[in-house]
Design a protein around this ligand. Structure first.
Ligand SMILES: NC(=O)c1ccc[n+]([C@@H]2O[C@H](COP(=O)([O-])OP(=O)(O)OC[C@H]3O[C@@H](n4cnc5c(N)ncnc54)[C@H](OP(=O)(O)O)[C@@H]3O)[C@@H](O)[C@H]2O)c1
Length: 323
């Protein structure tokens, strides 16, 4: 596993981290399998775990708590997210900050998350949605300073809404945030425009999420794919998105070098960018942990392949199904 410096916090993190949404609540999750995958990941150098209170109403945080309890002597970084009080993902423009992240509410959720994970200090606390218009709220910077002073959190970050990397640039430039979490993958290259340069300039860490575009960059979706009832992917891969996603993913297949799979190319595309501090694939089984950590060992893609993949940038506008 190669390591990278996590922005101004200076942490040395394995460049492949761990996304823990799926194991918290996606259909087909199995705790025994998830715990085995988490354990294996640590032995392969993963030390950065991304969860959220909302992932199974604390279930994913509790799974991380079990992992942390078993690795007390080791530096394993915990990052979680405070859900918006109005439970609206993504956040809606114009809704006042006080309705989404009031001070007492943020503090209450810090305590809930610490209890779920069985820890006194959360390494990185993130807000689960973000609007740059909220930046001028003095209350937020005071709350964060207070939580840091009390030792309840070490760092503070924001998780940006899907396909809105522009909607965090001001926060990065303000000095308020230590880290920003954003979708970045072969399709979603827009963070390179303004967000990544701002992060570089301000030593803000970049957490690249959704490396496989929720599954289309695995390469096995078809126009007929469906998920079990209750799986959120039915609401994301609505026909309009599914058909387009399958077409865009299929267009990548002729570019695959011999012996390389689409998931490997997707991971290595992200890891080829030095602006990324850590990429957090969602994984619920040991074979996915093996494949994704191997991607770090394999190193960056060739500059020629990167150039060809740049042409597959796919700029999308947030819409009612994109969440
Ligand atoms: N608003 C937010 O803050 C927000 C939103 C979305 C995601 N996130 C974070 O980002 C993380 C990653 O996003 P995601 O999990 O939604 O999507 P993702 O990482 O793009 O895709 C996850 C899917 O890829 C599969 N997979 C993983 N590695 C694979 C491999 N090598 N080969 C084939 N399939 C593979 C997983 O299968 P299995 O699960 O069966 O292993 C799962 O179905 C989340 O877990 C969460 O921590 C945050």
């Amino acid at each position: 596993m190669r390591h990278r410096t996590f922005g101004r916090l200076g942490w040395q993190v394995g460049e492949v981290g761990y996304g823990m949404w799926g194991m918290g609540e996606w259909t087909g999750s199995n705790d025994k399998q998830s715990i085995a995958a988490l354990q294996l990941s640590v032995s392969r150098g993963v030390n950065f775990f991304d969860t959220a209170q909302s992932y199974g109403d604390g279930h994913s945080e509790q799974l991380l708590g079990m992992l942390l309890a078993g690795h007390r002597g080791q530096r394993v970084f915990s990052t979680t997210k405070v859900p918006p009080k109005n439970r609206q993902w993504p956040s809606r423009r114009g809704v006042p900050f006080a309705e989404v992240f009031p001070r007492a509410y943020v503090r209450e959720y810090v305590d809930i998350s610490r209890a779920n994970m069985g820890i006194d200090t959360i390494d990185l606390l993130q807000l689960h949605v973000w609007e740059d218009d909220w930046l001028d709220r003095g209350e937020l910077s005071q709350t964060i300073a207070e939580l840091k002073r009390e030792g309840a959190i070490r760092g503070f970050g924001i998780s940006l809404n899907r396909w809105e990397p522009w909607n965090g640039v001001r926060a990065v430039e303000s000095g308020l945030v230590d880290a920003v979490q954003v979708i970045y993958n072969i399709f979603e290259q827009a963070p390179e425009d303004k967000l990544f340069p701002a992060c570089r300039k301000n030593s803000v860490a970049v957490i690249a999420r959704v490396p496989f575009d929720e599954g289309s960059l695995i390469g096995d979706l078809t126009p007929e794919t469906t998920w079990p009832e209750g799986d959120w992917r039915n609401s994301y891969f609505v026909p309009e998105n599914l058909l387009a996603s399958v077409a865009h993913a299929n267009a990548l297949k002729p570019l695959l070098p011999a012996g390389m799979t689409l998931p490997e190319m997707a991971m290595r595309f992200i890891l080829s960018n030095p602006d990324v501090s850590v990429v957090i694939p969602g994984m619920r089984n040991t074979s996915h942990v093996e494949m994704n950590t191997d991607a770090s060992d394999a190193g960056p893609l060739s500059p020629e392949l990167i150039t060809r993949l740049r042409a597959h940038r796919w700029d999308r506008e947030p819409t009612e199904w994109s969440q």
